[in-house]
Design a protein around this ligand. Structure first.
Ligand SMILES: [Zn+2]
Length: 354
């Protein structure tokens, strides 16, 4: 038996297994090229999307500041969603590294205004690591708003910024200049679009917004966030709350809108809903996420974990939840893979074809 002079690190072991095709650990990585391309290669994406025996799990982080973080009462972020603080940026990089060390990766969505900051090196580090980054609008605008002031707190305080514009103008421009800022400052095209906020009814019945996104070159949107119970009575959420969250996973499956735009829903429960709105503890959040991911694997369905580094840096400082998801997918063997949102969209597209 040949003894290696140095014990292989876990990361090298995983990379080696993937290179030889011996094991698909967090399957998504298997399709990624060694170059700077992000997410999964087109061929591997089609293969994974078409494999009905495989659950598709994506880990997504929205790069923005969140009210009440890092401490309760902090509301100014409502006006400056893109002014990420040092801890949030450091956590975003750390999460990418922890996921990669487990053979996975993260699909990020950034607000364009963060690209006004002096240093965007933290984000280029993430991009160079192969993690996709999508468009999350410039100021975190509400895409279902009917007046310009409704789109964002910033424009209520500073209405001159949107003087003479319609809500549709503000939303269209907010998405367009984010794409432009990503091209100019990051030298990438956005990897998809996620609406600020999630809506139970998604963009159903809003062909105008669907068409706006299609016209700006997006083939999918991550918008739907299904209704579910999240109340905590006493120390831990009741069993029926967990059960309701599991039941909601069936409502978080991708589909095609009549315009052809594809919906890639977010899977409950989000970090801000659990921690900020309902004061959950980390162990209970992890339990709910585990149950949701396991449901997706049992049903060979899709799961889209949704969280925010600005919240997790306080609530889950060691990146436990994301690492747990990678472990669950790895342990599921060929029944699941870590993917980007594009792969989930591709599955909906394939199933929609007659
Ligand atoms: Zn957001």
């Amino acid at each position: 038996m040949i003894q290696h002079p140095f014990p292989l690190s876990r990361r090298k072991f995983l990379a080696g297994s993937l290179a030889t095709g011996a094991a698909i650990v967090c399957g998504g990585l298997a399709g990624r090229t060694a170059s700077a391309s992000r997410g999964i290669s087109p061929n591997r994406r089609r293969e994974l999307a078409a494999d009905d025996g495989k659950a598709l799990v994506t880990i997504t982080l929205d790069l923005e500041m969140s009210r009440h973080y890092p401490r309760r009462g902090m509301m100014e972020w409502d006006y400056q969603k893109g002014n990420l603080d040092a801890d949030t940026k450091a956590y975003s990089v750390k999460a990418a590294e922890k996921a990669a060390a487990k053979g996975g990766f993260i699909h990020y969505f950034c607000v364009g205004r963060v690209l006004e900051q002096k240093d965007v090196g933290w984000l280029t580090t993430i991009i160079k690591g192969g993690h996709p980054v999508g468009n999350h609008t410039y100021d975190h605008v509400y895409v279902l708003a009917s007046t310009p002031e409704q789109t964002q707190f910033r424009f209520q305080r500073s209405p001159w910024l949107v003087e003479g514009k319609t809500a549709a103008d503000v939303i269209d421009e907010n998405i367009r200049i984010t794409t432009l800022s990503m091209k100019q400052r990051l030298e990438i095209d956005p990897d998809g679009f996620r609406t600020p906020g999630g809506f139970q009814t998604a963009l159903n019945g809003r062909a105008d917004i669907q068409q706006m996104l299609l016209d700006q070159g997006f083939s999918w949107v991550s918008c739907k966030y299904p209704k579910h119970n999240a109340k905590k009575e006493g120390r831990e959420p009741l069993p029926e709350v967990y059960q309701d969250i599991v039941s909601a996973q069936a409502e978080a499956q991708p589909y095609v809108y009549p315009t052809g735009l594809i919906e890639v829903p977010m899977s409950p429960i989000s970090d801000v809903n659990a921690f900020r709105s309902n004061f959950w503890k980390l162990e209970h959040f992890k339990k709910a996420i585990r149950m949701g991911v396991e449901w997706a694997i049992e049903n060979r369905a899709c799961y889209d974990f949704l969280a925010h580094p600005s919240c997790l840096v306080v609530e889950d400082p060691e990146v436990e939840t994301i690492q747990m998801i990678c472990d669950i997918v790895r342990d599921a063997g060929d029944k699941a893979a870590i993917v980007d949102c594009d792969t989930i969209a591709e599955r909906a597209r394939l199933r929609h074809q007659p």
